[in-house]
Ligand binder design. Sequence first.
Ligand code: C2E
Ligand code: CA
Ligand code: CA
Length: 501
Amino acid sequence: SASNLSTFYEEFRLVAANGAVRWIRSHAPPQSMSNGDVVWDGLAIEITAEKSSETELAFLAFHDPLTGLCNRLNFNNALARAIGLIDERKRMAVFIVDLDTFQEINDALGQSIGDDVLQMIGERLKASAERCQGIVARLGGDEFGIMIPDVSTDEQSIADLCQTICTEISRPLRISEHELVLQACVGVVIFPSDSDKQQAIIPDLAIELLKRADLALHIAKQEGPGAYSVYRPEADERLRNRMILRQSLHRGTEEKQFELHYHPLVALSSGRIVGAEALVRWNHPELGMQRPDMFIPLAEASGAIIPLGAWVIAEAMAQHQAWARAGLAPPPIAINVSSVQLRKPGFIATVEQALAETGADPRNFEFELTEGLIIEPSPEIFHTLSWIKSLGFGVTIDDFGTGYSTFKYLRDFPIDKIKIDQTFVRQLVIGSSDASIIKAMIALSRSLGVKIVAEGIETMMQRDFLRDEGCEIGQGYLFGAPLTAEDFGWLQRSAITLPVT
Ligand code: C2E
Ligand code: CA
Ligand code: CA
């Protein structure tokens, strides 16, 4: 049995004589009778379905179903661990490998041959990476990631490593009657570099390293098949921009350089708009309009997220009220909340103040929390979430499937909705095996009685699949880009359905 202290029930795994496993959740405290017997009196429900979707989901969430290699999430975690373990004298290398002619093979010979190619290439890369304690992941499509924890950094050694990768891939592949020859491009980043040591904080370093390797890959691709390229900080404009952004964040908050855009949430069956997600933009005086991925991590690291986040909440509420006053019937608005905001004690006061200033009704808003936040639930966070819920706000888990498995918390926390992360939706086009992750999530949401939303829908095929599997609400570029308040107001007035065809 697995007892759970925060709630008052236990879970039992029952094994029948024929080996079949069933799970029971029961609320049945033991009682001593006067004759000395102990009886269990209470309630039990069967939760076998919930348990099996948990295990299936847990495997699928960390592995690429086709090659059995790590997936992107698992690779990110491994990078983060390796970064944490790296010592003074060592350098690690992260490669991104992109197959050049894969799409043509897939189109000409069919997906099943394409799958064989990916599996065989995956095995080769794995064998050669393991010789240097490295790990390999399939990052999506025909892209692989390789991490080698300890490399020599002279130019020749790095060139040799890239050459080895390219050679492994270009050795002919024999699949049934075909003999195929592929080529690859490779982008590589070495960590830490000299400039990394000068930079105090780089938020989310694992993701940053993948971005750098990706940048190098882009440069390699321009040279053509078989090329490789090493990341150079001088070539990275983002680095320079990030320094400017970091320095001007506080000023930007004071001078109200931010604005909110609204991204429609759509009922997949009818195309009607049933909500909007507020997404912050920074209209930077020097660098122009900035997306949040560029500055939210910086704001989180510097603390500027607190005033910025407070502004976002108040602005979304004020806008909802303004639409209502203008005679529209605005749908509920989802507001993103960073874990830094929620952990700080002032969050409740911030929300109270925004409600008081705007006169908004909490039932018209929901807060989106990233899954990572709920990993280490403290009594304070539980209290804040319960308070939010008691006022009538909705609570959604954002980017579901990208954090560690949080099924238990999902069950014990007051959650209304989960939002399937875009990476799963985007991979839907690549192979039907990816679809099983989404099916498992939908099954899980059903068994837990929470609503489910899919984001990042870009094609009709993705929408139809999700709708047919029972996901009712979606969001994505298929239905349109995030809109200014003015344009979103217009959309409400027009009673339009999306996508506009
Ligand atoms: P998110 O919460 O996962 O928001 C969804 C992001 O995906 C948005 O990017 C949206 O424009 C984009 N997106 C939506 N549909 C599609 C699609 O079909 N295809 C593609 N490729 N992308 C799509 P955006 O606006 O750049 O926001 C990035 C992230 O920044 C958000 O991710 C969220 O985590 C954070 N963020 C945005 N606004 C706020 C805010 O006010 N406060 C906090 N703390 N974080 C925010
Ligand atoms: Ca969100
Ligand atoms: Ca999201």
